[in-house]
Design a protein around this ligand. Structure first.
Ligand SMILES: Nc1ncnc2c1ncn2[C@@H]1O[C@H](COP(=O)(O)OP(=O)(O)OP(=O)(O)O)[C@@H](O)[C@H]1O
Length: 493
């Protein structure tokens, strides 16, 4: 007989469903959690989750007393709600076991490790009325959700609003903005969703790409009692600026022995190395010549490629993530990137913020990154060393320093402090871009309005190349724009 939720239960479980579907890095998710468990906003994230999951578990157990814990007892909207609620409860019952699996797999490397708790997890879902297939699907999806959370949360630290926004975008990049939609239609169809990461050098584009790459859906192989592939095989990267034009094709698609002078063995390119569940990361995409862009476009569209010197077609089933630290508009305007290539690569464009923006938004950012970097260098946390480094940096290069090399420079700075006891900063003029100069002057409060406007117009002119474009953006008259740009040029000459 069909069960109906009481209006009180429906209200509560509808909220639980909303929490289950929400982006865990969003403010919306926090608000829902607080509402579900009636918690104050001051509660720590850890306590919030533990109180929330306990509350939901208790309410699910209350349904057990009414013998109403099987999804097949419900129909219509109630069934949709209860499916999500049982999955939410199940996910949190097994969360620690999934979490333990991640470092085990990292340690084991490319061989997929056995999953001892899979039978318990699957039978938990079967008892709730899920079919064998859907229990297996949700088991694999739970691990995917946990991996994505782990990699996005652990590798990209920082509490500034722009870092929070980045983590939220990366989650959406893996699961789309609607987890329900992803689960129903897209979980095994994400290969055509390519991503472009934009940001200055050293901001964490490679790190962000790896977090996404390791978070794809990997099915569970019941016969082998392990996931079909280790997630450590899910991410391969290539820095396109490191290879001369003649070698790039080989690095991408591989080559056959004898394909050209010096090709003494068959060679696997990066497209061959990428697992069907993984992603390939093409760093410095702005460095790629037009002929290579055309070849890449073909692979992304047709999903097949041939190694150099061979007609044998190979399939590529992974996702493509590309990155550049060059101004993106310039790459397109100057036709360095072809339009068709751009459209194919950009299902999602994600901007990785510079360190100076992060520090500007939240002063704690520098301290958090110092603590994190020091822990990475010495293998354990040290508040004392983090404080020492922070004090040295505050003296020189100073609190207004712009960190042109971003997080990578900060890591270098910590090592330099260990060795020399000081860090002067990187003041080479090439590193000091106009927007950093303007940001610095605004920070210090030592620039007049005329100069700020003229610097801003000049910066836009460098990017967009015409007075009209700058006038359109600033909503100033074209002649005024020209006057400001010339003023800035004269001042600099
Ligand atoms: N938010 C962050 N939290 C912790 N570490 C970070 C963060 N962002 C970057 N890093 C670290 O900074 C270093 C540089 O990051 P990464 O190589 O990903 O930058 P990038 O933007 O890809 O650089 P490039 O454009 O030069 O290739 C890495 O060691 C990375 O682990």
């Amino acid at each position: 007989m069909t069960k109906h939720l009481s209006s009180r239960d429906r209200e509560f479980f509808t909220l639980v469903r909303a929490a289950a579907l929400a982006n865990p890095f969003s403010d919306e998710r926090v608000e829902i959690d607080l509402k579900i468990a009636g918690l104050p906003s001051s509660i720590s994230p850890k306590d919030r989750i533990s109180r929330l999951t306990r509350e939901v578990h208790t309410r699910v157990n209350n349904l057990a007393e009414k013998q109403a814990v099987n999804i097949n007892q419900y129909a219509g909207e109630d069934r949709l709600i209860m499916e999500a609620v049982f999955l939410f409860d199940y996910f949190h019952q097994f969360i620690e076991q999934f979490d333990r699996l991640i470092p085990r797999q990292i340690e084991a490397g490319e061989k997929s490790v056995k999953v001892p708790f899979y039978r318990d997890a699957i039978s938990f879902l079967q008892k709730k009325g899920f079919s064998d297939d859907s229990a297996l699907h949700y088991f694999a999806m739970s691990y995917q959700l946990r991996r994505a959370f782990f990699f996005i949360d652990h590798s990209l630290i920082g509490t500034s609003p722009c870092m929070k926004a980045l983590r939220k975008s990366l989650w959406n990049n893996v699961f789309t903005h609607n987890l329900g939609l992803y689960n129903e239609y897209l979980w095994n169809r994400m290969e055509d969703f390519s991503t472009m990461l934009l940001g200055e050098t050293g901001t964490g584009k490679g790190t962000a790409a790896m977090a996404v790459g390791r978070s794809g859906f990997i099915p569970f192989d019941e016969k082998k009692e392990c996931f079909a592939q280790s997630f450590t095989r899910s991410f391969v990267s290539l820095n396109l600026s490191q290879f001369p034009e003649t070698l790039i094709e080989s690095e991408l698609f591989g080559h056959k022995k004898g394909a050209f002078t010096g090709a003494s063995e068959d060679y696997q390119g990066i497209f061959d190395c990428c697992s069907p569940y993984g992603s390939i990361f093409l760093d410095e995409i702005g460095e790629v010549s037009i002929p290579i862009q055309i070849k890449l476009l073909q692979v992304i569209q047709e999903r097949t490629f041939c190694p150099v010197g061979s007609h044998e077609k190979r399939r590529f089933e992974g996702r493509v993530i590309a990155a550049t630290n060059q101004p993106f508009d310039k790459l397109r305007e100057q036709r360095i990137l072809r339009d068709d290539f751009f459209y194919r690569l950009c299902s999602d464009i994600i901007i990785v913020p510079p360190l100076r923006q992060r520090i500007q938004e939240s002063a704690a950012e520098l301290d958090d990154l110092l603590a994190h970097t020091i822990e990475r260098i010495i293998g354990k946390p040290s508040r004392e060393l983090a404080q020492m480094a922070a004090q040295i940096i505050a003296r020189q290069p100073g609190t207004n320093y712009l960190w042109p090399g971003n997080v990578r420079e900060l890591e270098q700075c910590v090592r330099r402090i260990f060795v020399k006891g000081k860090y002067e900063g990187d003041h080479s003029p090439a590193k000091t871009s106009l927007n950093s100069i303007l940001a610095d002057a605004v920070n210090k409060g030592n620039i007049d309005a005329q100069s700020l406007l003229s610097g801003y117009c000049f910066m836009l002119y460098q990017q967009h190349k015409t007075f009209e474009a700058v006038a359109g953006i600033t909503r100033l008259d074209r002649r005024t724009v020209k006057k400001y740009i010339l003023q800035w040029q004269e001042k600099k000459e």
